[in-house]
Write a protein that binds this ligand. Structure first.
Ligand code: SAM
Length: 326
């Protein structure tokens, strides 16, 4: 698991990863498609031979249990350069980080503005606890009343009503808009937040971050997951997306028996990894009613410090907006 490329990088390398287009994706595609040793990645997946797979969320829970030390935390320092909307957000923005892991994305967001509140879900209770510990102990981050982790399997469960209740959703999110210093009382239960009697929900989300999370859930659950995400976004709200792109070096390393679908693979520990083309991302987000405002491949060449080999990394970077009236 490389967590999207920052683990083990120097500051300079990490910055380069976010900003460089070292090669053209079309050139990489031509090389891969002409190389017979990669042909099994390209062939259609024979659905008839697919056997039922165990739930990937269970594999993620075991992954986090095994890595409880939190070594997979690495602050995504350059996230705000990719998504400056977070820095420029006006008022008291509410961010939902989907599949938060140990908080690598949460920390820079909380750090960037004291008026941002972050709600963060994951399917693993262990990683939520670790994220809470890391966020609360990070210098320069005042997380008090601003960080609300909760347990959710996004591949099959609906978001809780306290994020954006049906009533506020149907009135374009105009009913409630609570500021952090309002009398909203959060009672942190194991996986829920209770509101005061006269408050129906937090009024919807301004930004949803999905950073290396969609690739981690089974491909056949992505459409429904995106629909559920879109339902808690305020009209005009943005989804900020970053994930593995097709022909990324890590895709080409998977062996034929690890294929579980077209561009979809299962690691030895049971966790999934899907590799997105721009067309697939476009189709999935549009089907969820979201409008494209940015979508591109980030193609970065770097050298593995251990073995000196060239690494060609491909990520998809995207921003999608919920229309103001649907
Ligand atoms: C590669 S990590 C990304 C973590 C984080 N977004 C970041 O920026 O580092 C993917 C995360 O998605 C979570 N995840 C996987 N399947 C999930 C599901 N069905 N529901 C909620 N979270 C899930 C995993 O537990 C893991 O923490």
């Amino acid at each position: 698991m490389d967590g999207g490329g920052e683990v083990g990088c120097t500051k300079k390398e990490a910055e380069a990863e976010y900003h460089c287009h070292d090669f053209e994706w079309e050139d990489l595609r031509a090389d891969v498609e002409a190389n017979p040793s990669f042909s099994y990645h390209l062939s259609p997946f024979p659905t008839t031979t697919a056997s039922p797979q165990p739930p990937s969320s269970e594999a993620w829970r075991s992954f986090h249990r095994r890595h409880a030390s939190g070594r997979f935390f690495k602050e995504r320092r350059y996230l705000l350069k990719e998504f400056p909307e977070l820095l420029n957000s006006k008022g008291c923005a509410k961010v939902l980080e989907v599949g938060c892991g140990n908080g690598s994305t949460v920390v820079p967001i909380l750090r960037c503005s004291p008026s941002i509140t972050v709600y963060a879900c994951d399917c693993s209770e262990d990683t939520l606890e670790k994220a809470n510990e890391i966020v609360c102990n990070t210098q320069g981050v005042d997380a008090k009343d601003r960080f609300h982790p909760f347990l959710l399997d996004v591949s099959k469960e609906h978001f809780p009503g306290w994020l954006f209740c049906k009533c506020c959703q149907s009135s374009d999110g105009k009913v409630v808009d609570l500021s952090p210093d309002s009398s909203l009382l959060y009672v942190r239960g194991k996986n829920s937040i209770s509101l005061k009697e006269d408050q129906c929900c937090v009024g919807g989300i301004d930004f949803i971050t999905m950073i290396f999370t969609l690739s981690a859930i089974p491909f056949n659950t992505i459409s429904a997951t995106l629909e559920r995400c879109a339902s808690v976004l305020k009209p005009g709200g943005l989804v900020l997306f970053r994930d593995y792109g097709v022909y990324d070096m890590t895709m080409l390393r998977f062996l034929p028996h690890q294929r579980v679908g077209f561009r979809e693979y299962m690691r030895a520990d049971g966790t999934y990894s899907y590799f997105f083309s721009l067309d697939t991302v476009r189709e999935l987000f549009h089907a969820a009613g979201l409008l494209e405002s940015e979508l591109e491949y980030c193609c970065v060449r770097s050298v593995n410090r251990k073995n000196g080999k060239n690494m060609q990394r491909v990520w998809v970077h995207g921003k999608f907006k919920k229309p103001t009236s649907q």
